[in-house]
Design a binder for this molecule. Structure first.
Ligand SMILES: Cc1ncc(COP(=O)(O)O)c(C=O)c1O
Length: 398
């Protein structure tokens, strides 16, 4: 807590882009945060999927303190150890050849879209500039990433976008037709996060791979929310056995520090050359050290633990969906799961908030959980108890 700020004081001059909840969070430990009045909340949303090591993680803290006591930020004009080690380890883990480091998911996608167009230019097909994306997809708020985000309400206030065609996930014919039109790239989330925790079926993911290969379209998987170990594997698409040309990551890979990664293989890995793209902060020593700490923890057993927690969460949420008439079904995988509660997901979020649990909605009707990977057994049990309690206050669907 800054010395200038009393916990109860409101000094907020940030723009009104969020409807923020009232309390001022003051401290955190593990999966818990505490507000200025001392009320504790179980954090089942981890900064919308970013703070995968929770709060006050000792090894993350030690790594960052060590970095802060040594080499600071040097920009991408110079080489540094943490960035290079992270680039190597992320490529190894994703089967990619090279990475561009950005600061966020939107920026990672921005790099991916530019990269796709550059590949088409290098192939002698500069006319291939269009983009194909899926209904329900969310890729960010910068102009490029917004252009391929399907929610028209997010795009409409801002005028002209990049040319994009949206197809329904599962509509193989529409996808085929859109790719025949020779776009630069197809971008999709293997599990749509903001779109309501919708998993694309493995057959559709494989068809997307085959059709993009056949039509010379760059396939971009946006795993900003589903990647980084969150679903039990490092990438969600591993389960379908699909490797894209480009994959983007952000959120959990920095454990809360801002980092995004656009990873590419083959010709896409070498398409960008000096002057094509850049970032002052991208992949700096601090964010890279955080990324290395996350990978170390995943290697030391946390990845398996996410899988185990995910299975237990799925089982418990399925049972709740059976028991509570307000719930339509469970969705998602690993520590990216939620319940479809038509008409009442927001009420569930505020009920949980009052009960000391942080969660959020997705696509209006989904109560979404993106808990930190460091959730203990007791945390999980207590969280589920409180979710159960709130669900029992909601009206039945029929
Ligand atoms: C799948 C996906 N892509 C991109 C983004 C944008 O990431 P950021 O908010 O870090 O720019 C998000 C954010 O929620 C996301 O879920």
């Amino acid at each position: 807590m800054s010395e200038l700020l009393e916990p109860t004081e409101v000094l907020d001059r940030t723009m009104g882009t969020y409807r923020r909840a009232a309390p001022l969070f003051a401290s955190g430990a593990g999966a818990w945060v505490t507000d200025g009045d001392g009320k504790r909340y179980l954090d089942l949303i981890s900064g919308i999927g970013a703070a995968c090591l929770g709060h006050g993680h000792p090894r993350l803290a030690a790594a960052l303190a060590e970095q802060a006591g040594g080499l600071g930020h040097v920009s991408n004009l110079y080489r540094h150890g943490p960035g290079e080690e992270l680039s190597w380890r992320l490529c190894e883990r994703t089967d990619m050849d090279a990475v561009f480091f950005a600061n966020s998911g939107s920026e990672a996608n921005e790099a991916a879209l530019k990269l796709a167009r550059k590949v088409q230019v290098l192939r002698g097909r500069p006319h291939r500039q269009g983009l194909v994306a899926l209904h329900g997809g969310f890729h960010g708020r910068t102009f490029g990433s917004l252009s391929v985000t399907s929610n028209a309400a997010y795009r409409e206030p801002f005028g002209g976008m990049l040319e994009a065609t949206f197809v329904d996930p599962g509509d193989f014919d529409a996808l085929g037709a859109a790719l025949e039109a020779e776009p630069a790239a197809l971008i999709l989330e293997p599990i749509q996060g903001e779109g309501g925790l919708r998993e694309l079926c493995p057959r559709f993911l494989r068809a997307a791979r085959e059709l993009t290969e056949a039509t010379g379209t760059i396939l971009i998987h946006d795993e900003v929310q589903s990647g980084g170990g969150r679903t039990g594997t490092f990438l969600a698409a591993e389960a379908a056995g699909v490797t894209p040309d480009v994959v983007t990551l952000a959120k959990p890979i920095g454990a809360g520090l801002p980092i995004g990664a656009c990873l590419a293989r083959g010709e896409a890995a070498t398409a960008l050359v000096p002057g094509d793209h850049g970032s002052t902060f991208g992949g700096g020593p601090f964010a890279a050290r955080a990324g290395l700490a996350v990978l170390d923890e995943l290697d030391a057993g946390l990845q398996a633990r996410v899988g185990e927690l995910g299975d237990r969460l799925a089982e418990a949420l399925d049972a709740m969906a059976e028991r509570h008439g307000a719930v339509f079904c469970r969705r998602g995988r690993g520590l990216m799961q939620g319940l479809v509660i038509p008409g009442h997901a927001a009420t569930a979020v505020s009920g949980l908030f009052d009960a000391g649990v942080l969660a959020c909605t997705a696509a209006g009707d989904v109560l979404r959980f993106l808990p930190p990977y460091v959730l203990t057994d007791d945390d999980l049990e207590l969280g589920l108890e409180r979710v159960d309690g709130v669900l029992s206050t909601l009206p039945s669907l029929v």
